[in-house]
Design a protein around this ligand. Sequence first.
Ligand SMILES: Cc1cc2nc3c(=O)[nH]c(=O)nc-3n(C[C@H](O)[C@H](O)[C@H](O)COP(=O)(O)OP(=O)(O)OC[C@H]3O[C@@H](n4cnc5c(N)ncnc54)[C@H](O)[C@@H]3O)c2cc1C
Length: 88
Amino acid sequence: MTDQPEEFDLLVVGGGKAGKTLSMDVARSGRRVAMVERGMIGGSCINVACIPTKALVTSARAARQVRGAAALGRLARRLPDHPGEPGG
Ligand SMILES: Cc1cc2nc3c(=O)[nH]c(=O)nc-3n(C[C@H](O)[C@H](O)[C@H](O)COP(=O)(O)OP(=O)(O)OC[C@H]3O[C@@H](n4cnc5c(N)ncnc54)[C@H](O)[C@@H]3O)c2cc1C
């Protein structure tokens, strides 16, 4: 930290997908960039949207396949319908 005011060529508000990409591109061109983020660095996509939802969907598909395995002649232990419920 310095007491001296700093100068920037660009101030980017928000460190989500758009803000991060813009900040890095402009910084690579040699200009000074400041980025402010009020919440989670990375924004929605990596923290709550794209990545977490793909993980949930993939897990749900896997659970559905295991539940239906007996119909295909495979034995599968019954999975709980809700997390925390005993699986039987
Ligand atoms: C459930 C879901 C699933 C999705 N799946 C996909 C996918 O598979 N593929 C895909 O390409 N897109 C997907 N998206 C869309 C993707 O999440 C958005 O397009 C992307 O996050 C937009 O990025 P952004 O930087 O514009 O906004 P955001 O990621 O929302 O970032 C904005 C940032 O700005 C900050 N901010 C706002 N106001 C201020 C302020 N005044 N001061 C400081 N910081 C501030 C916020 O805290 C936030 O971090 C999905 C969206 C959802 C909701």
